[in-house]
Every structure is written in C-alpha cells, then in structure tokens.
Design a protein around this ligand. Structure first.
Ligand code: NAG
Ligand code: NAG
Ligand code: NAG
Length: 360
C-alpha cells in the first residue's frame, strides 16, 4: 500500500515538474528558428505530397442572425493543425522532456484562411501576436478565437416555424489542392463550449471540404438551427387569431346602435398594425418565397375590408324606407344565387307568424 502511494506521488510529481531548464528552451528556440527559416514557403519535404491541414471548429455561441440584412455571426475558435518538417527536434537533447513549446504566429508559416462569404471587408484570421503550440514532431496546433461573420440568406416561408442553415466557407488563397489538402476529420463542430441562444436552437452542425469552381479547396462549416417559436406564438399568432375572431362579432351587434362600422374599421386597423410589425422583421426580398404569415395577414386584411363594406351596405338597406320596391335585377340575382325556393319560404314564414299571433 505504501509502495503504491509512493509510486502515485512520484508519478504526480513527475507530471507536474519539468526537468528541462530555461536554457534548454532558449537554445531550442535558437536552433529551431534559424534566420534561414522562410515563412513564405509552405512546409512539406516531398513537394509532390500535399500538406495536410486539419480544420475543426469550437462553437461558442450564435451572436446574431439578422434576417432583414442577411447577416449571420457566431463566436468560436477555429482549430487548425499541420506538420512543419523544419520545426522538429529531439527532446532528449533538451533536458529530456521538452516535448512542446510556444511560438509566436509571426515567426512561422501559417495557412492564411479567408472567409469566402464575408459580410464586411476581408480580414485576417488570427492576430500577429497570437501564439501557436509546437510539438517536437513538428505538429503545430493553432486555435484562433474570433467573431465569424457571413452572409446568409434566410428562407422565411414558414416564419416563425422556420429552420435555417447558414454556412461559413474558408479557403487558402493561392494554394491548389495538390499543394494543400484541407481535412475535417471530426465532421461536426465541437460543442463542448457551446452556450445556448435565446432565439435559435442549434440542431445540426457539419464541417466538410469541397472544391469550388475556381479549383480551390474550401472548408465549409454549416450550422442548422431552428427558431424558438414560443415568443412569436404569444406575441404575434394568438393576437392575430383573436382579431380574426373579433372581426366576425361585428355582425352580432344590433344595427340600431350604429357602432358596427366603427368597430369593423378598428379591427381592420389592428390587423394592419400587425401586418406592419411583421413586415418590419422580415427582409424585403421575394426569393425564395414570401412568408406565408404575410399572406395570412393580407388575407385577414382583405376579409376585414370586405366585411366593413358589407356592414356599410347592410346598414344602408336597413335604414331605407320600407315602401321602396325591390328592383327586378336584385330579385333575379336573388333567385339565381339562392334558388327559387327561398323567395317563397320567407313569405310563408311571415304568414305563419301572423297566424300564430291571431289567437293570442
Ligand atoms: C541564443 O542566441 C543568442 C543570440 O543569437 C545568443 O546570445 C545566446 O547565447 C543563445 N542562447 C543559447 C542558449 O544558445
Ligand atoms: C514523394 O512522394 C511520391 C508520392 O508518394 C513518391 O513517389 C516519391 O518517391 C517521393 N519523393 C521523395 C523524394 O521522397
Ligand atoms: C489530421 O487528421 C487525421 C485523421 O484524424 C490524422 O490522421 C492526421 O494525423 C491529422 N493531421 C494533423 C496535421 O493533425
């Protein structure tokens, strides 16, 4: 038991302490970064084998998705790794355990990744003072935190029950696939650091590589997200549904009180306000399609207009003198639309009503 404890203590101490000294690391840097290192030349001893660059993405959060200007921005870090054959060393020569060291970005060759769907001007990924980790076998790991922005045209047909897919596309200008081969070994983004967005629920992420029309290879990162609709249901859909219901109530009002027209117009204005509210949130484009919700509201608005006209016409006839003869064309219209039977029925009812009243 004591023996085991000693071993564990020894292992723990060994893991915590490094046996290499400051001078070891200094001489390593002196030797591995000679003045002859040309940071404009890509690594790779055998030039007929492309340099493999692995790309991953550590997804932090969705910062913003503004549908009206098609701007999508996320925060996270791009993880890039490759081998540089010029920067290898034997740890045995530097204190025995100098496996890794930290070097500034400006000293070595880095794959200059450019966002193809940038929203603003082109910007460099990383910073000149950023550091990279270098392992003794020449493996360089570079983690670049940034705010990544891209242009993303939304499809708002099913707004607010829509699902959007936005992509970020990166490529390395100047290099063909035969020189640098991008790879995405994971296939998906790393979501360990992800924090939820209040508006969007990320359902799927992907990372893959494609070759575009210009023969450049691209690393494509796609984020599929679903809108959280509860807010829209309570603030948009339910009020609109209630307004539609309210519109029908106009015909239940007694015609004598004369408020029908005012009521109909008020409801119509309320629908118009919601139409404006929704149009403010949505982009003005008609491609790929206008939100069905806009059509629904436009339909509500038209129904409101027709009903208000109907109310006005009905009130006009209601307030007419009873002595005016019904014009022949209206009688014919009535016969055609409602059938010949209807004309007789009404009269009969009236006679029956009179009959029942007489005995009382
Ligand atoms: C590193 O190089 C500097 C100058 O280039 C030199 O003065 C220094 O002694 C070197 N250090 C080691 C540990 O070799
Ligand atoms: C470079 O790689 C190619 C393809 O694997 C191979 O045929 C060739 O022999 C290599 N050249 C050298 C100098 O190693
Ligand atoms: C890239 O990923 C592949 C597959 O996981 C792995 O074999 C290779 O060593 C990686 N290369 C670098 C430079 O990280």
């Amino acid at each position: 038991m004591r023996h085991l404890l000693k071993v564990i203590l020894f292992v723990a101490l060994f893991a915590l302490c490094h046996s290499y000294s400051f001078n070891d690391e200094e001489s390593l840097h002196n030797v591995t970064f000679p003045a002859t290192y040309d940071r404009n030349l890509r690594p790779g001893e055998n030039r007929s084998i492309p340099l493999q660059v692995n790309v991953t993405f550590y997804f932090k959060s969705i910062k913003d998705f503004d549908e009206s200007v098609s701007k999508f921005s996320i925060t996270g870090a791009l993880g890039i790794s490759w081998f540089d054959h010029r920067l290898t060393w034997d740890p045995a020569m530097y204190g025995g355990d100098l496996w890794e060291t930290v070097i500034p970005q400006r000293k070595v060759w880095i794959p200059f990744l450019v966002n193809m769907l940038m929203y603003d001007a082109i910007s460099e990924i990383g910073h000149i003072d950023m550091n990279l980790r270098l392992a003794s076998n020449g493996l360089i790991s570079w983690v670049v935190p940034n705010l990544f922005e891209s242009t993303c045209d939304p499809d708002l047909s099913y707004y607010p029950f829509d699902t959007q897919t936005c992509i970020l596309r990166f490529y390395i200008p100047g290099f063909l696939q035969t020189e640098i081969n991008l790879m995405a070994p994971r296939g998906t983004m790393d979501m360990a650091e992800y924090s939820k967005n209040s508006l969007w629920d990320v359902t799927e992420t992907k990372i893959y590589t494609t070759t575009n029309n210009l023969k450049f290879q691209e690393a494509v990162m796609s984020v599929t997200m679903k809108r959280r609709p509860v807010y829209y249901i309570s603030s948009l859909l339910l009020p609109v549904a209630f307004l539609s219901f309210l519109q029908l109530m106009a015909f239940l009002m007694p015609p004598e009180c004369g408020e029908r027209v005012g009521f109909g117009t008020t409801v119509l204005l309320a629908v118009a306000v919601y139409l404006t509210l929704i149009q403010d949130k949505l982009p003005e484009g008609s491609e790929p399609s206008v939100a069905y919700l806009s059509y629904k509201l436009l339909g509500d608005f038209m129904v409101g207009v027709v009903m208000t006209v109907g109310i006005i016409v009905a009130l006009r006839f209601y307030n007419r003198e009873d002595t005016i003869e019904i014009p022949n064309y209206l009688k014919t219209f009535h016969k055609i639309v409602l059938g010949p039977r209807m004309c007789g029925c009404k009269k009969k009812h009236k006679v029956e009503d009179n009959d029942t009243k007489i005995p009382q």
